[in-house]
Design a protein around this ligand. Structure first.
Ligand SMILES: *Cc1c(COP(=O)(O)O)cnc(C)c1O
Length: 378
């Protein structure tokens, strides 16, 4: 091979594009490197210590004093776990739907054979306490579980979780509350014990700033008890198995050990930053992004008051060519996301989560300004 082509090849391999897409998000080099530790067996003491250390560090992120299950799967696996462990085959789950992800979770309940009722709002709008109250009072008998996607990544809506939970606790206290916080937990304050949630699940590749491959769920005693009474929970996602092994600081099957090393290092970093500081930084990043949207004569897609602190969905009112925009950003070593699902062609999304700094985001916004100024003069 000639020197030039070797150089070109190396350049392609080494080219680093910073991810401002809502998963997988940018991962710091230190975290990537943590995955290269020597392999250990998962049935030995060093693994138990790793697992136990992770438990003491991850529980405060979920604001729980009980268990956080660690699954070697993406968050979708834990959607399925919530369905199979928490809803009896002859029961009913109410799935609230406000976009593409919550719609898919509703579909997962159905595909697991669980009778599913949906409460759907238009994309961009939140699930409100009033609508939830109406749906609960219409039901012939109490729902066995209610599913809420806290932060709908497809349209950048954050739902008023505490208010929704208050409605459920008041009207139907025995109903399990299942919450997807895949694109919020770690970037937004969520108090599992304080709210009295039953399942709170998230993925590694969003606000935790890890590579994809792991997902985490806090699970209440009540949900575990429910699981014990439900047949055909399967094995891989069985909460009862996870609990039995978790008590021994272990997992039912071989976990992604390299990712657990990365998680261990990242949890230290999250606590070093301070969780409150982390939440505040996410709010500042969201504010910066929304200001850019307004200054650029574009619009935030989500309704005012329910705009996500971790991802901004932008209504592309100036008909910017998002593919061309990303080709331009790529030359600057960055990428943003196009719209998702039904909103693919009319919106684009900027993720501002995990370890993104104000300086990182400012750099992105500067490049966006340059592109917008040349391509779509007002
Ligand atoms: C990304 C995402 C999912 C899917 O998670 P995976 O880890 O890709 O399985 C589910 N819900 C929300 C809100 C998401 O943003």
């Amino acid at each position: 091979m000639e020197i030039a082509s070797i150089r070109a090849c190396f350049f392609v391999m080494a080219k680093h594009i910073k991810l401002f897409i809502p998963g997988p998000i940018e991962v710091r080099k230190e975290i990537l490197d943590a995955q290269t530790k020597w392999m250990i067996g998962h049935r030995g003491k060093p693994f138990e210590e790793l697992y136990a250390g992770i438990q003491t560090k991850i529980r405060p992120v979920f604001q729980t004093t009980s268990r956080v299950f660690i699954s070697t799967s993406s968050g979708t696996g834990l959607w399925e776990a919530a369905a199979r462990n928490c809803v009896p085959d002859d029961g009913t789950v109410l799935a609230t739907v406000c976009g593409a992800f919550s719609e898919r979770w509703a579909d997962v309940f159905s595909r697991c054979g669980k009778p599913t009722v949906t409460l759907t709002v238009q994309e961009g709008k939140p699930i409100t306490p009033e609508l939830l109250e109406l749906e609960i009072s219409k039901a012939a008998r109490p729902f066995d579980a209610i599913a809420i996607v806290h932060n709908e990544t497809s349209c950048g809506v954050i739902n008023p979780l505490a208010e929704l939970v208050a409605v459920i606790k008041r009207l139907t206290p025995n109903t399990l509350i299942l919450v997807d916080a895949v694109s919020s937990l770690g970037g937004v304050d969520i108090n599992f014990d304080g709210l009295g949630l039953d399942v709170l699940l998230t993925s590694s590749q969003k606000c935790f700033g890890l590579p994809p491959g792991l997902s985490f769920a806090a699970v209440s005693d009540r949900a575990l008890e429910r699981a014990r009474s439900i047949k055909n929970r399967g094995y891989y996602f069985d909460f009862v198995e996870m609990e039995a092994f978790g008590k021994k600081n272990n997992t039912p099957s071989t976990p992604a050990i390299s990712l657990l090393h990365a998680l261990d290092v990242q949890l230290d970093a999250m606590h070093a930053e301070g969780l409150a500081n982390r939440y505040a930084r996410h709010k500042r990043l969201a504010t910066m992004t929304r200001e850019w949207v307004h200054e650029s004569n574009l619009e935030v897609f989500a309704e005012q008051g329910f705009q996500s602190p971790t991802v901004t969905c932008v209504r592309n009112t100036r008909k910017l060519d998002v593919s061309a925009l990303n080709r331009y950003l790529e030359t600057k070593g960055m990428v943003i996301s196009d719209g998702y699902g039904k909103l693919k062609d009319t919106t684009f999304r900027i993720a501002h989560m995990a370890d993104t700094s104000e300086a990182d985001l400012q750099e992105l916004l500067t490049h966006l300004n340059d592109f917008v100024a040349c391509s779509a003069p007002l």
